[in-house]
Write a protein that binds this ligand. Structure first.
Ligand SMILES: Nc1nc2c(ncn2[C@@H]2O[C@H](COP(=O)(O)OP(=O)(O)O)[C@@H](O)[C@H]2O)c(=O)[nH]1
Ligand SMILES: [Mg+2]
Length: 324
């Protein structure tokens, strides 16, 4: 592991040669840190992005319909604009998955927003198979134009062929399982566990490619990268966990102060993200030698608890003002 020290900013850059990841140990977010962070994540991706793009393009040629899965807590940040050119050519269904972890009224706003944009959206909890009926109905709605086209051409009705696409960890495999008769797709809570491919019959009148199409997360800006990191769509070893958790703690202090007070049994709210992480460390006994608080461990713990829904149902972004 190599170390570089950008003393001017008080920023320490630790480079792990194999992963090309950069970890920052810094006290405050600064523009340069943000720039370097986005760059470090982007640097890490090209190989994977190129491979998944090639696989995706080959698979896209086989299907009539795209079932795009996004994380209901970040329904915009977890979309990938690279998919846009294909959306006009295929039937398209937009699934807001993990709706059990998102704020219900925000999810309603997002559904309305996407409907107004001409999409066929549905909110589901694929892990609990909740919303499957709505999902099947939405699949049918999304497939209708193609069925009508086939009927007009007097072509033999054949099953509509679909594939599930989405960024890592949004629940693609779980959605495939929820649509299929038996558990066929592997699921995991780490980005990128899925390999191999075949067609599966589904409860909907469609055939599904059992391998989901991996859309690489798009870091259009720091804010998008930040949200994807918080929700677990980027592996924890490729972004500065402490720094992201600090910002997240700050956001939670605004979005869900009561949840923080209750979950970590605090008497009063800390005044910033850093002190919030210290409070989490103390609440959970994350203490090192000589009682020193282990802020880095608290950072990971806070993110993990949010991802698992332990802090309640919190959506991290809302539709753009005026359009919502
Ligand atoms: N709470 C919740 N967890 C989910 C849901 N769908 C998937 N998960 C979990 O999210 C993690 C990633 O799911 P997976 O299907 O492997 O994602 P993929 O990488 O997109 O294929 C797993 O731990 C799933 O159990 C959901 O609707 N709600
Ligand atoms: Mg998967």
């Amino acid at each position: 592991m190599g170390y570089g020290n950008l003393r001017g900013d008080g920023v320490y850059v630790i480079i792990k040669p194999r992963l090309l990841s950069v970890v920052f140990v810094c006290r405050k977010l600064s523009v340069s840190v943000i720039a370097i962070m986005s760059e470090s994540i982007i640097q890490w991706y090209p190989g994977h992005m190129a491979r998944s793009k090639r696989n995706l393009e080959a698979d896209l040629a086989l299907v009539d319909m795209l079932i795009e899965v996004v994380d209901a807590r970040i329904p915009a940040a977890s979309r990938n604009p690279d998919l846009q050119p294909y959306l006009n050519k295929k039937c398209h269904l937009l699934l807001l998955n993990k709706a059990d972890l998102a704020d219900p009224s925000s999810t309603q706003r997002w559904l309305a927003y996407y409907k107004r944009q001409g999409f066929v959206p549905a909110a589901i909890n694929a892990a609990r198979k909740q919303g499957v009926k709505e999902m099947l109905a939405a699949v049918e709605r999304a497939a209708t134009p193609l069925r009508e086209k086939l009927a007009r051409k007097n072509r033999l009705q054949r099953p509509v062929r679909a594939m599930v696409v989405g960024v890592p960890n949004c629940g693609k495999s779980t959605v495939i399982n929820a649509l299929s008769y038996s558990a066929s797709a592997k699921t995991g809570n780490k980005p990128g566990v899925t390999r191999g491919r075949q067609w599966v019959k589904t409860k909907a009148n469609i055939e599904l490619l059992d391998t989901p199409g991996l859309l690489w997360p798009r870091f259009a800006d720091y804010d998008t990268a930040y949200k994807l990191a918080v929700c677990g769509c980027i592996a924890d070893n490729v972004f500065p966990v402490y720094q992201v958790a600090c910002q997240f703690a700050e956001q939670l202090l605004r979005l869900a102060p009561q949840a923080l007070l209750d979950r970590y049994k605090l008497d009063e709210l800390p005044d910033c993200g850093e002190t919030m992480l210290t409070a989490v460390a103390r609440a959970r006994g994350l203490l090192g030698v000589q009682g020193k608080v282990r802020d880095e461990d608290a950072a990971l713990l806070l993110l993990q608890e949010y991802r698992a829904g332990r802090l309640g149902r919190i959506t991290l972004e809302q539709p753009t003002k005026g359009e919502a």
